[in-house]
Design a protein around this ligand. Structure first.
Ligand SMILES: Cc1cc2nc3c(=O)[nH]c(=O)nc-3n(C[C@H](O)[C@H](O)[C@H](O)COP(=O)(O)O)c2cc1C
Length: 335
């Protein structure tokens, strides 16, 4: 029996998709190029903060190298950090922010580490921009640095609770329409802040929408939620390209934003809330409209939506069975 689809038509379709792919690739690249922080002189607040956090992390990693620590190592990161902090003040973004605190405190830890090793820190004074040096001397700041953790294993209860929470999470799409406790949603986001991200950039934001009409409008553009009862809260997870500093990081927002979203989903499950992640594979016009409705920044990538609502006592849901472990792990041969 012949297949339902003809090879010729599929070939034409394939060729047409190549054109669309090219168009999306160009607009995605342009968005990353405009939004990311490719130079010290990029000037949005997020770009400055993104660069700051990148260099903070680089210095923290140097300080944490307990066996290989060497004096004066990491001066390039210090120079770049100093530039970012100086630009932050110069552009009027102030000194009262998470990123600025992190920047100054890691410089203080860097100096303390040298002082503890009896190394003269005059070299650091010369590396730092005068306004950064003045800020460093102003007051002791906490935040960045190193911490000590132990190899003690999580106890069995923690382990079993984690696996059972992970196993019981499912997508709930049909909500009851009853109100939910927004604090539970907030707690799940609070907990997701612990999600790892590349060089601890934490480029994510969560746009929180609880107006049913606005939710319906966003979901019309999303095109993947065809249920009568709207969620009580629609979360849109975004990641800002402003936090990324090189073209090789062009997809990093999707990675970090995806991890962050999973953390939120697990938190929502722990809170007993119904939730479903919804794709943001948006057509160009839909994307523009969603960005406008959210009031998102042009540098923001929309990662996905999470519809949250009250779950019925029982729900009929797809099995959504999972592939076996055997085909998932692919052993790499010795090279
Ligand atoms: C990034 C992403 C996008 C998704 N988009 C949709 C969507 O648009 N509509 C929908 O009904 N489900 C969507 N889902 C839910 C998946 O269908 C669901 O997670 C999958 O089938 C596994 O089922 P489970 O979540 O119940 O374990 C999405 C899931 C993810 C992770």
């Amino acid at each position: 029996m012949p297949l339902h689809n003809s090879r010729r038509r599929q070939l034409i379709k394939r060729a047409a998709q190549a054109g669309r792919l090219g168009m999306y690739a160009v607009s995605d690249a342009a968005r990353f190029w405009r939004g990311s922080s490719l130079s010290t002189f990029d000037s949005s607040r997020d770009q400055i903060h993104g660069r700051t956090l990148y260099f903070v992390h680089s210095i923290e990693k140097g300080l944490a190298q307990s066996r290989k620590w060497e004096p004066r190592r990491g001066t390039s990161a210090i120079r770049n950090l100093s530039d970012s902090l100086a630009r932050c003040i110069e552009l009027g973004y102030g000194t009262d922010s998470f990123a600025f605190d992190q920047g100054i405190s890691v410089i203080q830890r860097y100096r303390e580490r040298h002082e503890a090793a009896d190394v003269d820190t005059q070299f650091l004074d010369k590396l730092l921009h005068p306004i950064v040096l003045a800020e460093e001397r102003l007051r002791a700041r906490a935040g960045a640095g190193t911490q000590r953790v132990t190899s003690e294993l999580a106890d069995e209860v923690v382990r079993d609770n984690f696996y059972s929470l992970f196993k019981r999470r499912v997508s709930i799409r049909e909500f009851t329409g009853e109100p939910i406790d927004p604090n539970g949603v907030e707690r799940s986001i609070q907990s997701a802040l612990k999600t790892p991200s590349v060089c601890n950039r934490q480029a994510w934001s969560v746009f929180w929408c609880e107006d049913k009409q606005t939710i319906a409008r966003i979901l019309q553009h999303q095109r993947g939620f065809a249920y009568d009862v709207m969620p009580e809260i629609l979360l849109t997870i975004t990641c800002s390209n402003a936090f990324f500093i090189s073209p090789v990081e062009r997809n990093q927002g999707f990675v970090d934003g995806g991890l962050f979203s999973m953390s939120v989903l697990l938190g929502l499950e722990a809170e007993g809330l119904g939730a479903v992640p919804l794709n943001a594979c948006l057509y160009r016009r839909d994307r523009r409209e969603v960005v406008r409705i959210l009031g998102a920044d042009p540098a923001d990538e929309i990662i996905l939506f999470i519809a949250v609502g009250a779950r019925p006592e029982t729900s009929e849901i797809p099995v959504a069975d999972r592939k076996p472990l055997a085909g998932t792990i692919k052993m790499v041969k010795n090279d």
